[in-house]
Design a binder for this molecule. Structure first.
Ligand code: HEM
Length: 526
C-alpha cells in the first residue's frame, strides 16, 4: 500500500497530471505522436525514445554498469550520437527536473508517455534511477557496423538475437532518418529533410507497419533499402534469423506484446547500485498541502486539496457523485470530532487527467486551526452522494501526518531578481515559525537550498545543497518564534529551484518550490 508522503510523490505527479486542474503537463512535448513544435523533421516522441536507447546502448549488464543513467547528457558531441534529438529532449525536461525527479527517471517517463500517446501497449514506470555525473564508455550501435558487432553489442545490453530484432523493430516504428544527421543514407542534407522508417502517417503510430513493409520488400526504411548496403543495418538485423522473428512480429498483438516487454526492459536497465521502485500506479487518494502557516490573528492557516481517482473501472465511476471532508487530531494525537469541509474547485471543473485516461477530481479546503492545539494528522472521508456512503481513508492506519513544530511562512517569504549586466541577481527571503518548545539552543534551524550548478556543454544543471542558517528575529506569536533567512543571494539559474527546512537533523519542511515566491512581496506578521 501507498503511504503519504512518499519520496516519489513528485514523480507520480509528473506522470499522472497531464491536463486540467493541478496539471504538470509533461505531455506538452508529445501532444500528438507526430508533434515536433513546428520544427521541420522533428518528432519529439521518436526523439525521446531514441535518446533513451542511446543512453542504455552502452550498458554492460553482466558488469552491472551503465543503462538508463542519463550519461548521454555528457556524450552528445560523439559521432555515435548525431543530431539535436538528445539536447532537445533535455530541454523539455528542464521544467520537471529536480532533486526528486532525476533526468534518467524523466527519460523513462518519456518512453512510457510516448508509448501511450503513439498507441503502444502500456509499460510500467518504475523510478529511483540515479544520474551519472560524467560520460560513460562509447559503443552505441552505428549503421555501418556488421551483424556480429551488433549482436555482441545487444548481448552486452542484455538482449539476445531475437530480442535485438524486436527492440530495433519496436524503435524504428516511429520517426525517421534525418538528412542533416545521415546525408550518406538519405542522399539529401537539406534542412528538415527526413526519410521515415514507414510510409505515410504510420511513422507517427506505434504499430508493426515497419515489419510488414520489410516483409513485403516495399519499405521506406533506408536502413533496409538504402542504396549503400553497408549502411543497411536494419536489413541485416531483421534478417538475422531468416525472418523467423519478423514473421512472428507481423501479428500486431504479438508485436505489441513483445515491444511492451523489450521496451520495459530497455528503460529498466540500470546500474547495479540502483534499486527501482515498484511500478507507479495512479494513487486513489492523495492529499496536497498548500499552506500551513501562522496568520496575523495568531491561528494557523491550513489549506490544500485532496485528489480522488475516479472513472470507469475505479471505485468511483462518477466524479459528480462525490464529496469529501477531513477530520483531524491535534498535535498530541487527540481525536477531534471537528470536520474540515471541502469544495470542488471551479477551475477546470476541479478535474484533471493523465496518460491513458486516468482521471482525478479535486476537493479543496481552506481553514484555520487553533495554534494552541495545532494539528497532528488527518483522515480523508469520501462520500458517494447517491448511496449516502462514506469511506474513511487513514493512510494505512496512522493518518496523514502533519507536523506543526516548524511552519513555513510562505506569505512572509519572497524572491526578487534585479538585472546585473547580462545576468540577474536573485534575493531570497524565507520565514519560518518554530514552536517555542522546540527552540532549545542546540537545535539549529537550516535552509537546505537546491542550488543549480551549470555544467559545460550539458543542458541541465547539477544540484548542490547549499546550507544556510536561519536567524531568530526575536519576535514571538502565540507559542511560536519567528526565524528568517533574509535576502540570501541566489543566481538566476536557481530561480525555479526547491528547498527544504531542517531542524537539528530532521527535515520539517520538505521540497518546496521557490517559483511562487517570485510573484509576491514579503508580507509582514507579528
Ligand atoms: C543497430 C541498432 C540501431 C541502429 C544502427 C540505429 C540507427 C538509427 C539511425 C541512423 C537513425 C536516424 C537518426 C537521425 O537521423 O536523427 C535512427 C533513428 C531512430 N532510432 Fe535507431 N538504431 C538502432 C537501434 C534502435 C533502437 C533499439 C531503438 C529503440 C528501441 C531505436 C530508436 C530510434 C528512433 C525512435 C529513431 C527516430 C528518431 C527521430 O525520428 O528523431 N533505434 N536509428
Amino acid at each position: 500500500g501507498y503511504v503519504w508522503p512518499d519520496k516519489y510523490d513528485y514523480m507520480e505527479d509528473i506522470y499522472m497530471l497531464q491536463s486540467g486542474f493541478n496539471r504538470m503537463g509533461f505531455i506538452d512535448g508529445i501532444l500528438s505522436c507526430g508533434f515536433g513544435q513546428r520544427v521541420p523533421g522533428r518528432q519529439n516522441s521518436a526523439e525521446w525514445i531514441r535518446t533513451a536507447y542511446h543512453d542504455i546502448a552502452t550498458a554492460d549488464v553482466e558488469a552491472g554498469t551503465g543503462g538508463l543513467d542519463a550519461s548521454i547528457q555528457f556524450e552528445t558531441e560523439r559521432g555515435e550520437n548525431k543530431g539535436s534529438a538528445f539536447n532537445n529532449t533535455f530541454g523539455h525536461f528542464s521544467g520537471y527536473y529536480s532533486p526528486r525527479s532525476s533526468v534518467s527517471d524523466l527519460l523513462a517517463l518519456a518512453v512510457v508517455g510516448s508509448m501511450a500517446i503513439c498507441g503502444g501497449y502500456e509499460i510500467p514506470l518504475r523510478v529511483g534511477r540515479i544520474d551519472a555525473t560524467e560520460a560513460g564508455p562509447m559503443g552505441v550501435p552505428e549503421p555501418q557496423q556488421d551483424l556480429p558487432t551488433h549482436t555482441a553489442k545487444f548481448a552486452k545490453q542484455g538482449f539476445n538475437q531475437t530480442e535485438m530484432i524486436e527492440l530495433v523493430a519496436c524503435g524504428h516504428t516511429l520517426g525517421s532518418i534525418h538528412g542533416a544527421n545521415f546525408p550518406e543514407i538519405t542522399k539529401d542534407n537539406s534542412t528538415g529533410q527526413v526519410s521515415h522508417f514507414e510510409y505515410g502517417e504510420s511513422a507517427t503510430v506505434f504499430d508493426n507497419t515497419v515489419v510488414h513493409e520489410y516483409l513485403a520488400s516495399n519499405t521506406s526504411n533506408l536502413l533496409v533499402a538504402g542504396s549503400n548496403d553497408t549502411l543497411n543495418s536494419d536489413k541485416r538485423i531483421f534478417g538475422a534469423d531468416k525472418n523467423v522473428t519478423m514473421n512472428l512480429l507481423s501479428d500486431n498483438t504479438y508485436f505489441q506484446t513483445r515491444c511492451q516487454d523489450v521496451m520495459t526492459r530497455m528503460i529498466d536497465t540500470v546500474p547495479k547500485e540502483v534499486v527501482l521502485s515498484d511500478p507507479i500506479i495512479a494513487r486513489d487518494i492523495k492529499p496536497y498541502i498548500n499552506l500551513l502557516a501562522l496568520n496575523s490573528n495568531g491561528s494557523i492557516d491550513f489549506s490544500g486539496y485532496i485528489r480522488v481517482r475516479y472513472g470507469t473501472n475505479t471505485k468511483y465511476p462518477n466524479a459528480d457523485d462525490l464529496s469529501a471532508y477531513l477530520t483531524y487530531t491535534d498535535r498530541n494525537g487527540n481525536n477531534f470530532t471537528k470536520i474540515i469541509s471541502t469544495t470542488r474547485p471551479t477551475w477546470q471543473a476541479g478535474t484533471g487527467a493523465g496518460f491513458r485516461g486516468y482521471t482525478f477530481v479535486y476537493f479543496e479546503w481552506d481553514t484555520q486551526l487553533a495554534s494552541e492545539s495545532g494539528i497532528g494528522s488527518f483522515h480523508i472521508h469520501v462520500t458517494t452522494k447517491s448511496t449516502n456512503t462514506t469511506q474513511e481513508y487513514n493512510n494505512g492506519g496512522n493518518g496523514y501526518p502533519v507536523q506543526d513544530k516548524v511552519l513555513y511562512q510562505m506569505k512572509q517569504s519572497c524572491a526578487s531578481y534585479t538585472p546585473n549586466g547580462a545576468v540577474y541577481d536573485g534575493s531570497l527571503t524565507i520565514m519560518a515559525a518554530v514552536r517555542s518548545t522546540e527552540v532549545p539552543g542546540h537545535k539549529q534551524l537550516n535552509l537546505h537550498f537546491d542550488k543549480h550548478v551549470s555544467r559545460q556543454g550539458v543542458v541541465l544543471d547539477a544540484f548542490e545543497t547549499q546550507i544556510e542558517a536561519f536567524n531568530a528575529t526575536g519576535k514571538t506569536l502565540t507559542g511560536y518564534e519567528l526565524f528568517k533567512i533574509d535576502g540570501m543571494y541566489i543566481g538566476a539559474d536557481s530561480s525555479g529551484t526547491t528547498f527544504s527546512v531542517v531542524l537539528g537533523d530532521t527535515t520539517v519542511i520538505d521540497f518546496k518550490s521557490i517559483n511562487a515566491l517570485t510573484q509576491q512581496e514579503c508580507a509582514t506578521i507579528g
